[in-house]
Design a binder for this molecule. Structure first.
Ligand code: ZN
Length: 294
């Protein structure tokens, strides 16, 4: 890529310094129909531009420019404290510069710095996402930065970040991660949260009792214990009609969601977990109804 822009630059300069060569260039274009699109466009460009405008419009290659300014750009984007090797830093810096330069033909540091500061939250999110993608394991510095800046991309990277947070035993980051997951789940995925997983504590348990975050497969017994099933049965009796509760006893199951229990006579949501009632629980429901005077 950088080689191509260098050759483009060379041909531009030589043609501009010798205006009388222009007809020859045009003639060459006409007599060689197999010319590649890039050299053809550079010749056209040469023929039409004055020396000044050709300098202004010359396209700066991002990678080559980043190579020349890498250490300064690492400072501008605050990457020096993120334990990145040169290769990783370069990959991330190139991505950011490409994003910030937009359609501009040339790049200058002040503009990049200004745009970075104006879009710092969005850029930091790109940095966070790139770090998770580039590395198998994260250092504590990286993990702190990523959890605090990953934003809605948490929906894709939470399982990996969960593993890293557990490895570093950072309870505070774990709580931040769970909060982010819940917020973006509701905002981007679905209006109801999944049931909380007894193993990792994220709202990420699917109706088949497998967890999206920690990958565990839990049993109904484990889940009942974790959610305080007896208490939820009391709430069920308080919230729903006697008829509904009687149907739950008769059918032998209820639906569990992050909002509590629902009788089987109510519509099942796609995230609801079907929970079977054992005989002890059925007796308990009957006793609750009896205490209500039914
Ligand atoms: Zn889990």
């Amino acid at each position: 890529m950088s080689r191509r822009s260098q050759s483009k630059r060379k041909s531009t300069t030589s043609a501009n310094t010798a205006q009388n060569k222009l007809p020859i260039v045009q003639q060459q274009t006409a007599s060689t129909p197999t010319t590649t699109p890039s050299s053809e466009s550079s010749q056209k460009f040469t023929a039409q531009s004055s020396k000044r405008s050709s300098q202004r419009k010359r396209y700066t290659d991002t990678e080559a420019w980043v190579d020349r300014n890498l250490s300064e750009l690492i400072d501008i984007f605050n990457l020096s404290s993120l334990d990145l090797n040169e290769e990783e830093a370069k990959t991330i810096v190139t991505k950011i510069v490409d994003m910030l330069r937009g359609e501009a033909a040339t790049i200058d540091k002040d503009t990049i710095r200004r745009r970075f500061l104006r879009n710092i939250q969005q850029v930091n999110q790109v940095i966070a996402q790139s770090i998770v993608e580039l590395r198998d394991e994260l250092t504590l510095n990286q993990l702190e930065f990523v959890v605090n800046n990953i934003g809605e991309a948490v929906l894709g990277y939470a399982p990996k970040l969960y593993r890293e947070v557990v490895k570093h035993s950072r309870q505070d980051l774990l709580e931040t991660l769970r909060t982010l997951w819940r917020a973006y789940w509701v905002q981007r995925k679905y209006q109801v949260l999944p049931v909380e997983c007894p193993r990792c504590g994220f709202n990420s348990l699917m109706p088949d009792l497998s967890c999206l975050i920690c990958g565990a497969s839990v049993t109904e017994e484990e889940l009942k214990k974790y959610v305080g099933f007896e208490k939820l049965l009391q709430e069920l009796v308080n919230q729903y009609s006697v008829e509904d509760v009687k149907k739950a006893i008769m059918y032998g199951y209820v639906y569990l969601s992050s909002l509590g229990l629902k009788p089987p006579t109510h519509e099942r949501d796609k995230l609801d977990v079907e929970i079977l009632l054992n005989s002890r629980e059925k007796e308990y429901l009957k006793s609750l109804l009896a205490s209500k005077g039914v």
